[in-house]
Design a protein around this ligand. Sequence first.
Ligand code: NAD
Length: 251
Amino acid sequence: MRLENKVIIVTGGANGIGRRYCQRMVAEGARVLIADIDLDAAMELEAELNADKDEPCARALRVDVTSEENTAEMAQVAIDAFGRIDVLVNNAGTYPHVEFDDITYDAWRKVITINLDSMYLCSKAVLPQMKKQGGGKIINVATDLVWVGLPGMVHYISAKSGVIGFTRSLAREMGEHNITVNAMAPGAVIPQIDNLSKIARIRIDSIVGHQALKRPLQAEDLVGPMVFLCSADSNFISGQILSVDGGLTNH
Ligand code: NAD
């Protein structure tokens, strides 16, 4: 119960890795606000997490993390539902593969807005409450691709590189309020599919071959580090980027 009574907002918490974070957070005693543009999936997860509980420990809310109005409402709903905000996990993101020549300016702006502007908006929304409480934690999800780059993802990796600067600078400004700001930089989660194409298999073998640990990364590998960053065990860590990629990169 490392997160007992902690109130955590997880953006993009309804699907993918964010869903895993929410499930483990509740198992560790937290109450979570699942803030996602996909309300159906968020409500399904809310029902799953609240089943057999005496008091609700999950609340789903439709939030577009690129909307100032929605993100302000997100903070207010967390306070109304659970009384406080201990942790914000800026997890919502999008990562389309498009060659640079084919990235239109509209597509560029969309990817930068969802992956980077969202961090500004969500942080701005929760910080007044964290300051009032005398502390809090913000965890921003980046990618380990910021250390090496990758063709076909210039817009995505540019936005996530911005997340690194955002994390380090905001950490320095918020320290005096006992608010820590850190980032996690995951490697690529490798789907467990038997009939992968030959090209996909070659790419995965190449990634794993360059890792220190010789097995593909699974979503579950990211959950423990996220719980650590949300928990009191990381109280004296701020402005750091934790790469979770089996030792593929060294930062
Ligand atoms: P996913 O696509 O499975 O889930 C993303 C979630 O974000 C979805 O629930 C989606 O509805 C939500 N979302 C998208 N746009 C939104 C918006 N505007 N407002 C609110 N919610 C929105 O993604 P994932 O693979 O679980 O990735 C989660 C995070 O981890 C992302 O930030 C991603 O960049 C990062 N990441 C993923 C990997 C990977 O291999 N999957 C690797 C490194 C980093």
